[in-house]
Design a protein around this ligand. Sequence first.
Ligand code: ADP
Length: 521
Amino acid sequence: MNKPRRSPDLSATAERAALQEALEALRESEARFRAVIDSANEGILVYDSALRVTAGNAAAERIIGLPLSDMLGKAGFTSLLPCVREDGTPFVPEDRPTRITVRTGKPLTGQIIGIVRGDRSVTWLDVNTGFLQRPGEREFYGIVSTISDVTARRQAERALRDSEERFRQTFQLAASGICEVVDGRFVRVNRSLCEILGYTEDQLLGRTVKEVSHPQDRDVTDAERTRIHAGEVDSARFEKRYIRADGTVVWCEIAIALVRAPDGKPQYEIAVFDDVTERKQAEAALRTAHEELKRSNAELEQFAYVASHDLQEPLRMVSSYTQLLMRRYGDRLDGDAMEFTAYIVDGATRMKQLIEDLLAYSRVGTKGKEFRPVPVESTLRRAIVNLRAAIEESGAAVTYDALPVVKGDDVQLTQLFQNLIGNALKFRSASVPRIHVASIDRQGECEVVVSDNGIGIEPQYFERIFMVFQRLHNKGEYPGTGIGLAICKKVVERHGGRIWVESKPDEGSAFHFTLPKEGAA
Ligand code: ADP
């Protein structure tokens, strides 16, 4: 304040009144100034030329955590509280913003200082300083510093840095190939993608995805990517081929998603690649092997069918001419000749049976009906009707549980039950046969068990009995050719199931087979 100049025109009273007024105005201006300073969000500390605190506002007290009275006359909060530099190293008196300002002769902006609290947490401050100078004077009479609390901002920045670092590491170290694509062009690729496609990072970054795609698969992602951009779907998966730098083909399973800016504008596509070449090759090899197996099986079946069919004719000739020979010349043949001829007839009869069985076996594959929903119980009942004579003759008790509906060929399923129950009757023990058909419900399939109390089977024959013409007894003991169970196996396998036996000699047998349930894939 300049002293009011003494004016000769003013009386002493008027002079006093003017002084009073000027003082009032000054007080009012100071109060206004104080109010502004105190309502500021930033902390403000005022230092004198000896760099001691002379004034401060409420925000400074709040941010620093000390009452102004503690700071007044001191070299500021850094002399009162343990502080660290921005990099976490200890803060020394030379680092004080006021000292730096005086040393450099320039106002300071953005000095970061941390106050270490009792619980080891750090309050981070951003400090700016300026000189206080009177107009026209070269020397400063004080320093003002403004302080803002940037702890939350620094924490957010650090969290962002951490998360970016984590993302960068995941991106680089991922076993899957990952890339970011803008306008169909690679803008960021990771190491695994470079390895999968056989290019260096620089080579890939200059290229479009289409350029490295297999010509036939170039457009397979277009339609789905359009839908992703339109916001109809979030992501899409594909399997497509790429051409590696060395010209070889690589099959990839890829997942594509779109990253959008907060305003919804597409920023870049992100795609994850997995090399599935080996799996694809194995699948292709399996398909070829399967086709080949189907073809050779069909060929074999056809061959068995034609061969057995064609064998019937010459066989018929052998038996009919032998019978003719017996009828016409029987009385002229001696004992030996008669016996030999009987062997021929017997042999021919057996051969006829074998051929018929073989035909029946090959027909399972070649003449089967299309699968329909079949109630298993109805096929079982038909089998029981067909076996009525044998059941009555043996006095057998055949019982069964509720049975499901399956997808299958009813004629073949009847045949299956007929063979199994027929065997249970044939291979009975001294006791009256008891045969039970049970069903076990399983996921997507049902297991049927035909058990008996017959002679049982030694474990070493569990596999052999299902082979064509394999039997454990000679025909004198039990009649048969050994085709029954082979047919059962073929029927069950044609239905997509398995068949096996559980048995102990003298304790009966249980034949198990599975069938896919109606409605199962
Ligand atoms: P076959 O009945 O014409 O001999 P199969 O193929 O039906 O031919 O059976 C093969 C062999 O399995 C039979 O010779 C018999 O030794 C054994 N077998 C089949 N079913 C039973 C059963 N329920 N109990 C004991 N043995 C059986």
